[in-house]
Design a protein around this ligand. Structure first.
Ligand SMILES: Nc1nc2c(c(=O)[nH]1)N[C@H]1C(S)=C(S)[C@@H](COP(=O)(O)OP(=O)(O)OC[C@H]3O[C@@H](n4cnc5c(=O)[nH]c(N)nc54)[C@H](O)[C@@H]3O)O[C@H]1N2
Ligand SMILES: Nc1nc2c(c(=O)[nH]1)N[C@H]1C(S)=C(S)[C@@H](COP(=O)(O)OP(=O)(O)OC[C@H]3O[C@@H](n4cnc5c(=O)[nH]c(N)nc54)[C@H](O)[C@@H]3O)O[C@H]1N2
Ligand SMILES: [Mo]
Length: 754
């Protein structure tokens, strides 16, 4: 699957900063390797500009004032190069390689074969994908779906690049067909945030805007690696610091970008020392954030005995519920034990407590380091407790900031991609479209894998994404796919999910963000929602890779027409002009009044957000304190707790390159980051090859060929890359309530290879 040759791997030093000129040079080298210079600049000049192309990378928002030097980052350029590359995975390519041969290639190699150009099919017993016409492909899907005796025997996955327009049509089609089986990449991502925030503050999204960051006194960043995954956030943090904010990072790894940022767009960043990002760095042990937050809050309560004003007693009394139970439970904990669990020096915690006591405009940001644990929901609820104690939500310069992953993952959810849809959504769908949508909850990602494995789901359709490689328990998931009668992937690029297919399988080539889509002589745009709830347009500028590549809304409309008998929706009318789809979204989803008119404004519009203005739309209309348990990792004496993270050269399962430059790893991805003391204890040298294995549910899981990298990581903790380590993540290891795979705290044993 991956490149495992030890000889090629080079282990260097971790960077003491992120970006700088090297980021500019590397990004340009990356794009010019894949596409001509003229075409590169055509798209880069429009990237994240008003009325331009929304970057298909992360969901970090664009500032109102865009940089003239370019409103994009190194990894945005890589995302563009990967999508708009000149190479083509065309029918000749598929006739050259059998599926078995393709499976033997690395993810990086698969990506480098280029954009998909034609609909392709593989039928039972086939060895190669072959071309199929769109009409035949749609009929094949329609026939399979119509033949199922229960619509719940199908599942319809969405990955978060899909536009609002495509996602809305998709969920409408799926519900008309008769199921809520709408697993979504957010099930593996920020689901824990959605669940925790909905219950505590009444909205499953963050409450802050970019402007809030400029007004904040303290910004806490938990479990996130912005230099790699949201690089433009570093410019926002630099600005916040210039406005006086102090930054606290909480992370087992001292990620370079959280240490220092050299902004390549400023003189200070290019020739100077750049900006120190974190004023305090709490290097917490994996999955001990609850212990750390409890220790911090106990210390705040102790200080409040003599300085009651450090807690916002007015806010607590007026706006919240559950404070007394929360406080009583918190104070039962043994402070020394909590501190010991974190592995952080108590003086460092005290310095952070002082900062939190002295300020009240606090923003907490977080990423996958908090959500992907068994107690992922608890992590976030504990953060909310801290904010509520301080009255730090619902006012400028304060609040929650879950930093979303995919560029439109938040929008997809907003417009109805939900396996557990709220009743209000189903009611309005029924009213607007004249059919009864299914009421019973559908399957999320992990439930879908199990249902396919048990042959309860026979047809799988994926709107983007790479379900196999993104999901936990890779071998179990591939068995599940093989048991399906039909697997369909609507994709821009070839990936491993296409190669572990059902008895019959289709690859349907889709347009991406950069592709220009003309209809009736008019260039169509789509709309997306960023991490801070702003809806804006995205319009492609490049010629699509082939005349057979279709836009996502059209693909959905055609599948719907081939599947549904009744005629309640005029699919052709809707896709004739995407404004027609937006009119329907406006009628169906709250907050989209005058959608077409408002989204035409260059900066788009903001969706309503109660928590942002101190209105908590929970059942009791209060912000709720919660009582959360400490993590229960139960790591045995010889075991380690492993996180799986992204390298600097990948977008989820898409591998841009083989380096992780900021962490000093070059030319290889099969590495395991280890504390040097642990290595010494086990007599492991730098570069030694290790097999990682574990036993959950009496099943032995094992992956060989990880080279040991001595690294600044707490003892007992390991770091590996996703997706290479996913076979070690059992599908049963999931966050309580949100069901998110706990891919950041997997117990493993180490075996030295001979
Ligand atoms: N270039 C690029 N951009 C991306 C992506 C990409 O793959 N490449 N992916 C996109 C997507 S879908 C998402 S969701 C985001 C992901 O963005 P991130 O949330 O930054 O994702 P990860 O790389 O998984 O890193 C999580 C961080 O959590 C830390 N961590 C691990 N365990 C713990 C813990 O127990 N406690 C704490 N406090 N920290 C912990 C790790 O050290 C790491 O710094 O980025 C999006 N943007
Ligand atoms: N162990 C471990 N597992 C993880 C994670 C982790 O941190 N650790 N992170 C999880 C997270 S946060 C997420 S979000 C998931 C990601 O899961 P996914 O969203 O399923 O995975 P991606 O790698 O983003 O999907 C890449 C594929 O999407 C297709 N694609 C790209 N752009 C477009 C487009 O515009 N349209 C269409 N139709 N297709 C497109 C391409 O074919 C490409 O191969 O993975 C999760 N899995
Ligand atoms: Mo994500």
């Amino acid at each position: 699957m991956a490149d495992t040759t030890k000889d090629k791997l080079r282990i260097g030093k971790q960077y003491d900063h992120a970006a700088g000129m090297s980021a500019v040079v590397i990004s340009m080298r990356n794009i010019f390797k894949r596409m001509p210079v003229g075409k590169s600049f055509k798209v880069l000049n429009k990237l994240n500009q008003k009325e331009g192309v929304d970057c298909p990378g992360c969901a970090w928002p664009d500032p109102n004032k865009r940089s003239r030097l370019g409103e994009y980052c190194e990894n945005g350029v890589k995302a563009i190069a990967e999508e708009a590359m000149t190479a083509r995975a065309n029918p000749e390519f598929f006739s050259k390689y059998s599926v078995a041969e393709l499976l033997a290639q690395s993810d990086y190699w698969l990506g480098q074969q280029g954009r998909l150009t034609h609909p392709m099919v593989i039928r039972p017993g086939g060895t190669h994908y072959e071309t199929i016409s769109w009409d035949e492909a749609n009929t094949l899907i329609g026939d399979h779906l119509k033949a199922l005796d229960d619509p719940n025997k199908s599942a319809f996955y969405t990955s978060g690049r899909t536009s609002n327009e495509a996602a809305f049509l998709y969920q409408l089609f799926v519900r008309m067909y008769g199921t809520n089986n709408l697993p979504d990449c957010s099930n593996m991502c920020h689901e824990s945030s959605g669940v925790a925030l909905s219950g505590t503050v009444g909205i499953g999204k963050g409450s802050t805007t970019l402007e809030d960051l400029n007004k904040a006194e303290v910004i806490m960043i938990f479990g996130q690696n912005p230099a790699t995954n949201h690089p433009r956030m570093l410019s926002a943090l630099e600005k916040a610091k210039a406005n006086g904010a102090k930054i606290i990072s909480v992370n087992p790894l001292k990620e370079s970008g959280l240490v220092r940022f050299k902004n390549p767009q400023t003189i200070k960043g290019v020739i100077g020392g750049g900006t120190i990002i974190s004023d305090h760095f709490l290097q917490v042990r994996i999955n001990e954030d609850v212990a750390l937050l409890k220790a911090i809050m106990i210390k705040l309560f102790h200080l409040a005995e003599t300085r009651p004003e450090i807690l916002d007693t007015g806010f607590i009394a007026d706006k919240t519920a559950g404070f007394d139970d929360f406080k009583a439970d918190l104070l039962k904990n043994d402070l020394a034990e909590l501190v010991a669990r974190t592995a952080i020096d108590e003086h460092e915690i005290d310095a952070v407590v002082t900062l939190l006591a002295d300020n009240s405009k606090i923003i907490t940001c977080w990423g996958m380091g908090l959500t992907q644990h068994v107690n992922g929901v608890d992590n976030i609820q504990e953060i909310v407790n801290l904010l509520l104690m301080k009255g730090s939500i619902g006012k400028p310069g304060a609040g929650t900031c879950p930093v979303r992953g995919h560029s439109n993952v938040q929008g997809d959810r907003t417009v109805g991609i939900a396996e557990r849809p709220p009743k209000a959504l189903l009611d309005i769908i029924s009213e607007n479209f004249g059919f009864e949508p299914p009421k019973e909850p559908g399957l999320d990602v992990v439930a879908t894998i199990r249902a396919m494995h048990e042959e309860k789901v026979k047809v799988f359709i994926g709107m983007g994404g790479n379900f196999l490689s993104a999901a936990p328990d890779t071998y179990f998931t591939s068995e599940a796919f093989h048991k399906c009668d039909l697997t369909v992937h609507i994709s821009t690029k070839l990936n491993r999910s296409h190669l572990t297919h059902g008895k019959t399988a289709l690859i349907l080539p889709s347009m991406g963000r950069t592709d220009k889509y003309m209809k009736n002589g008019k260039s169509q745009f789509v709309t997306v929602e960023n991490s801070m709830g702003v809806i804006h347009t995205s319009q492609g500028v490049l010629q699509p890779p082939s005349e057979f590549v279709e836009s996502e809304p059209i693909i959905v409309a055609n599948i719907a027409k081939a599947t549904l008998d009744q005629d309640k929706v005029d699919w052709d009318f809707l896709v004739d002009d995407y404004a027609n789809i937006r009119d329907l979204i406006e009628k169906t989803i709250a907050g989209f009044e005058n959608y077409n008119e408002r989204v035409a404004k260059p900066t788009g519009f903001e969706l309503p957000n109660g928590a942002r203005v101190g209105v908590f739309n929970t059942p009791n209309k209060k912000a709720n304190f919660t009582v959360n348990k400490l993590s229960e990792n139960n790591v045995g004496a010889e075991e380690f707790l492993m996180m799986t993270t992204r390298s600097h050269d990948q977008f989820n399962t898409t591998i841009y390159g083989m380096d992780d430059r900021y962490r000093g790893v070059y030319n290889g991805r099969m590495v395991v980051f280890m504390n040097p003391k642990d290595m010494e204890r086990l007599n492991i040298q730098k570069g030694d090859l290790l097999t990682l294995h574990n036993n959950y549910d009496d099943i032995e899981r094992s992956v060989a060929g990880f080279a040991a990298v001595p690294y600044n990581i707490p003892k007992g903790c390991l770091g590996t890359y996703f997706p290479e380590a996913n076979p070690l993540v059992p599908n049963t290891l999931q966050a309580r309530l949100s069901h998110t795979p706990a891919s950041k705290s997997v117990k493993v044993n180490i075996k030295k290879e001979a």
